[in-house]
Design a protein around this ligand. Structure first.
Ligand code: NDP
Length: 432
């Protein structure tokens, strides 16, 4: 804390992982002796830079850009870029730290990193977004590359932004280096299923949790927070597998639609016109609430898919009171540590983000594979690979939790399995 003052979210993420590692260090004292754990908490490299850009009225503006290259023991740094006014070093470091273990859990050769800016894309014109992305990339291009660091999208960064950044990278370097970015459009090196992957993957993970108990999503009542990339495709897969999503949200409030959320309408509003969910309520005559919490809506399964610390202890207690059986995190660290304690005490089965939402980055790694072999796979093939990867992560969590005497504990399983692979690689590579 003294070494990284004011980085609350980063401290929270580190504490969450370290709390799981007691039994690992007891079994393998060499990790602590070689200083692996302390070294893991220090990024290999952090870049902070000014991003100047011109708004539509001709006024000069600037924002702060970040890239934290946390750990490259398993492969090139890999992690998204977030544009949101709340972005500062503590957020980028928490996300980068989480990414190390998540990427390790996928079983694919990718290290951990994350980036972003405090730029707010809301209300900006297309031209402003393009100028900002080009300026951001002008600096970032010095630090990324197919074998070095491969960014992707996150909050506020989708296909449009990735296109502008990739275009600028191509122009600056004079290289069509497809593997430098993932989340690209299908016509220019992107992969089928990447857009859907995080949301679909989260639901595949939930399906595995249910399957181990002889249950399925059929007939389940589900609440999903957010209405962005992750939330939309989580809702889509829930509906495909027979569940019903009855509520979703954006940063202004949430809608409840007992008939089941009309996903085509959400897509049209959020992806088509970049509008607000209040417009959904107007079109459908559904209930739009601006006060209270989306977690007040009774459900069997809760999928927080918006942002960090959006589900607190009170929400967790409400979910437990309503008989919610499973919480799986589509977002990164959406549940506060106190909420996780309530899940544990009340018997809610809880899948942490680094396991449940790893399908996005896993499919990014599949995009890198396709770029490297100049190939493109079908939707069906890629979705099958994603499903296999999620089921592999699920099994790895449970097997590891069993091995360390904590059966059914997905948090311990994910943290320990993610950690040991990286720690072993760090030991093998020497003091670098
Ligand atoms: P999007 O920008 O597409 O969507 C974010 C959604 O969350 C929007 O509905 C947004 O509402 C809402 N939201 C954002 N910030 C807040 C806030 N402070 N309070 C309330 N609501 C908020 O982002 P993604 O769907 O890509 O990302 C969502 C989460 O999933 C993040 O935690 C991200 O790190 C994580 N994630 C994303 C992956 C990906 O592949 N995209 C991969 C793995 C994890 P509004 O429309 O009002 O802004």
């Amino acid at each position: 804390v003294k070494r990284n003052p004011g980085e609350d979210e980063f401290h929270q993420a580190v504490r969450e992982v370290l709390e799981s590692l007691g039994p690992v260090v007891a079994k393998h004292p060499d990790y602590a002796d070689a200083g692996v754990i302390a070294r893991l908490c220090e990024p290999e490299r952090q870049v902070i830079f000014r991003v100047p850009w011109m708004d539509d009225s001709g006024r000069a503006q600037f924002n702060r850009g970040f890239r934290v290259q946390f750990n490259s023991s398993l492969g090139p740094y890999k992690g998204g870029i977030r544009f949101h006014p709340s972005v500062y070093l503590g957020i980028v470091k928490f996300l980068g730290f989480e990414q190390i273990f998540k990427n390790s859990l996928t079983g694919l050769p990718i290290g951990g990193g994350k980036g972003g800016s405090d730029f707010d894309p809301k209300g900006k014109s297309d031209a402003e977004i393009m100028r900002f992305c080009q300026s951001f990339m002008t600096e970032l291009s010095r630090h990324v590359g197919e074998y070095t660091d491969v960014p992707a999208g996150d909050i506020g960064v989708g296909g449009r932004e990735i296109g502008y950044m990739f275009g600028q990278y191509k122009r600056i370097t004079n290289r069509y280096e497809s593997g430098v970015f993932t989340g690209k459009g299908l016509a220019w090196g992107g992969s089928q299923v990447r857009t859907e992957a995080t949301g679909y993957g989260t639901v595949f993970f939930v399906n595995e949790m249910l399957r181990t108990r002889g249950d399925s999503l059929d007939g389940k009542r589900v609440v999903v927070s957010g209405s962005g990339n992750v939330a939309i495709y989580a809702m889509e897969k829930v509906h495909q597998l027979g569940g019903t999503v009855v509520a979703c949200s954006d940063s202004d409030g949430y809608v409840v639609d007992e008939a089941g959320i009309d996903l085509d309408l959400v897509k049209e509003i959020k992806q088509g016109r970049r509008g607000r969910l209040s417009e959904y309520a107007e079109s459908r005559g559904a209930n739009h609430r601006t006060g209270g919490s989306i977690w007040d809506v009774p459900c069997d399964i809760a999928l927080p898919c918006a942002t960090q610390n959006e589900l607190n202890a009170r929400d967790a207690a409400t979910l437990a009171g309503h008989g919610c059986a499973i919480v799986a995190e589509g977002a990164n660290m959406p549940s506060t540590p106190e909420a996780v304690r309530v899940f544990r005490e009340s018997g809610i089965r809880f899948a942490p983000g680094k396991a449940a939402n790893a399908g996005g980055v896993a499919t990014s790694a599949l995009e890198m594979q396709q770029n490297a072999s100049r190939d493109s796979w079908s939707f069906e093939h890629t979705e099958r690979r994603l499903q296999d990867i999620m089921s592999g992560i699920h099994d790895r969590c449970l097997t590891t939790a069993d091995e360390y005497g904590m059966p059914g504990d997905y948090v311990a399983g994910a943290n320990i399995a993610g950690f040991t692979k990286v720690a072993d690689a760090m030991l093998a590579l020497g003091l670098v």
